[in-house]
Design a protein around this ligand. Structure first.
Ligand code: CA
Length: 630
């Protein structure tokens, strides 16, 4: 991410499926999250940008560019009156922007003074005025932009002034830009219970412009600086390009212009190309002299299958160029999208940042510790925690220890260049819970010796929701139910009404050594094992004669997330309502009969019985090598 002075970016871990267009990017008018909102894939990030407007040594560093602007004790204003003046701020949103609020306060003395706010999502190729002061009284803007910015990654906010009297008659006294982004809630770095190591480093100190135009249905025209003999198909068919030359054996091309406020340093351009007809070629060219001379960096002349070539060229740009042109050229014997065409193109130019000095940043993780229910309690307790680290030099490595009985529920992650000396450092609680680095386990299960064996139910299965066990074979047929509960889940098992409290006697046929006793179960209402919701109790008893049984333990139905083996995949919503819960004795026991005594207040469904001849849980460290480690 690109952090300007005065920026703070907070990203939430918990997904949101709120139907608010300010929070998502519509996909052909629809909210993509609504296809299955229970996965809560969508989450949001919140940028707050409050640039310094007064300090003569600081205000420029927060801006993208300016002309005829200076700062004063009351804010930014024109350096000279009766001349156009402007300051432009750039929001690099890192994740895709969904909406933006611009709050600005101005002073304006004379009727002839002017202030306007415009935005551009095309690196300044097109501007849209979003606010204008209509009178001397209208000096506060509070804009909520959705359609204007939705889908953008780079937004320029331009404030133009005109002062008719003395230069400081018109001034910008306060500016806050709040940008909301959409992100994938599963992609943020999570903390484990115990010790976590955080590594913070700075990347390449550069700024960038990205042009990534949509091409189909003439959309390529929106950003192009020049075009010749070129067209696109109305709809991108996906397996051929959409942009193609319209005349045989003549050049068809598109030109894009890149302009930066400071020297360009690097250009990376290319795309995905379809070159099929004999003697066709597609060329990438760039120019530093406004198109007088072109440098060809790549040509595609190969017309062999599969007619699908992704290629990018990177050009180091010599000093002294703030502007350049990029050309995509096609020449074909057959002017058609199925002969010579471009699927997609992307242009990225890097340029010098305003400044690269580093004045420190702050990183805050916020989470909730999970504590098991106290004796007699029903619910896990959540304890809100956070940790803030001030970082004065990079790279920097530090530790966050997380307490509790399980991995925490993450809340948000903040990176801030809006340094405040008042921010409390360290743990919010003031206490370091300590702890060791968490290591997961790899589970290897042996053979399920219950498969195909006979069993007896104390109460016949109900047949509601398509459940049932008419032949007395379903619980040892080797098919266990799903991890997600509801819909068709009951048809894979035997089902009992609440408080039936059935028992099941399994006959292994002969005395066998048993390493684990399990049962795949779920019920209605659905209870999440990972949230200590399951109240069913299933006792395990053994017997050699099928008459006298001895209790040896109980299935463990409250699981911790930290206990889930690294080689077990949780369902997408990260709950566990249906599972083979097990009792694992300290050492294998030998028995012929196994009795499961069920005590349940809900509709209780068993899909499979499991007796394992072996089970192994070995430490398995899912290591992430930090950049300074091997
Ligand atoms: Ca089964």
């Amino acid at each position: 991410m690109n952090l300007n002075s005065g920026s703070r970016y907070s990203r939430a871990y918990n997904g949101s499926n709120e139907k608010n267009e300010a929070l998502y990017i519509p996909n052909h008018g629809k909210d993509p999250e609504q296809i299955n909102p229970r996965y809560t894939l969508r989450s949001n990030g919140y940028w707050t940008f409050s640039p310094d407007l007064r300090d003569p040594s600081k205000w420029a560093a927060a801006s993208h560019s300016s002309s005829n602007i200076t700062s004063g004790p009351d804010g930014l204003h024109p350096a000279k009156a009766e001349a156009p003046a402007q300051v432009i701020y750039k929001i690099d949103s890192a994740n895709v922007t969904t909406s933006e609020q611009i709050i600005a306060s101005f002073a304006r003395k004379n009727e002839a003074d002017r202030v306007t706010i415009s935005i551009s999502t095309t690196n300044g190729l097109q501007w849209k005025e979003v606010w204008r002061s209509e009178s001397r009284e209208a000096v506060k803007a509070d804009l909520k932009l959705v359609a204007e910015v939705n889908g953008a990654y780079e937004i320029l906010v331009r404030i133009e002034f005109y002062s008719a009297g003395s230069p400081s008659d018109v001034l910008l006294s306060d500016l806050t830009v709040k940008t909301t982004t959409a992100l994938n809630s599963k992609t943020q770095p999570k903390l484990n219970v115990g010790k976590n190591t955080i590594y913070v480093a700075a990347g390449d100190q550069t700024q960038s412009i990205v042009l990534w135009p949509e091409l189909q249905n003439n959309k390529f025209k929106e950003l192009a600086a020049e075009e010749k003999n070129i067209a696109s198909t109305k709809k991108h068919n996906g397996y051929q390009g959409t942009l193609y030359p319209t005349k045989a054996k003549e050049d068809g091309y598109l030109v894009y212009r890149l302009e930066a406020p400071r020297d360009l340093t690097r250009l990376t351009y290319g795309g995905r190309f379809y070159n099929r007809a004999p003697k066709s070629h597609i060329d990438l060219l760039h120019s530093f002299d406004n198109g007088q001379t072109w440098i060809k960096s790549w040509t595609l002349t190969d017309t062999a299958q599969p007619w699908d070539v992704s290629h990018y060229e990177t050009i180091e740009i010599p000093p002294g160029h703030k502007s350049m042109l990029v050309k995509y050229l096609m020449n074909s014997t057959a002017p058609s999208h199925d002969a010579c065409s471009i699927y997609a193109l992307r242009i990225e130019a890097n340029y010098q940042p305003v400044e690269v000095s580093f004045n420190g940043l702050e990183v805050t993780f916020a989470w909730s510790e999970l504590h098991d229910p106290p004796p007699g309690g029903r619910l896990r307790e959540l304890v809100g925690c956070s940790h803030t680290q001030r970082i004065d030099k990079l790279p920097f490595k530090y530790t966050i220890n997380v307490g509790g009985d399980d991995h925490p529920e993450m809340d948000h992650l903040v990176v801030s260049l809006n340094n405040s000396t008042e921010t409390k450092q360290g743990y919010k609680s003031g206490k370091d819970p300590g702890g060791e680095k968490f290591t997961g386990v790899w589970q290897t299960v042996g053979k399920n010796i219950a498969i195909g064996k006979k069993y007896v139910l104390s109460h016949a299965s109900r047949t509601s929701w398509d459940a049932g066990d008419p032949d007395g074979t379903r619980l040892t047929d080797g098919v266990a139910g799903s991890t997600y509960v509801g819909g068709t889940s009951y048809r894979y098992g035997a089902l009992w009404e609440p408080k039936t409290n059935p028992s099941i006697v399994l006959d292994l046929g002969e005395k066998k050594s048993c390493a684990a006793f399990g049962m795949n179960l779920h019920g209605y209402p659905s209870h999440d094992s990972l949230n200590a919701e399951i109240k069913d109790r299933v006792a395990v008893q053994i017997s050699d004669d099928g008459k006298d049984f001895t209790s040896i333990g109980r299935l463990q139905t409250d699981l911790h997330r930290k206990d889930i083996p690294v080689n077990f995949m949780l369902p997408d919503e990260e709950t566990l309502a249906g599972h083979t819960f097990r009792f694992i004795p300290d050492k294998p026991v030998t028995t012929r009969y196994v009795r499961y005594l069920i005590n349940s207040d809900r509709h209780f469904c068993v899909t499979e019985l499991e007796v394992l001849d072996s089970i192994e849980l070995k430490p398995f460290d899912l290591r992430i090598a930090l950049p300074d480690e091997k």
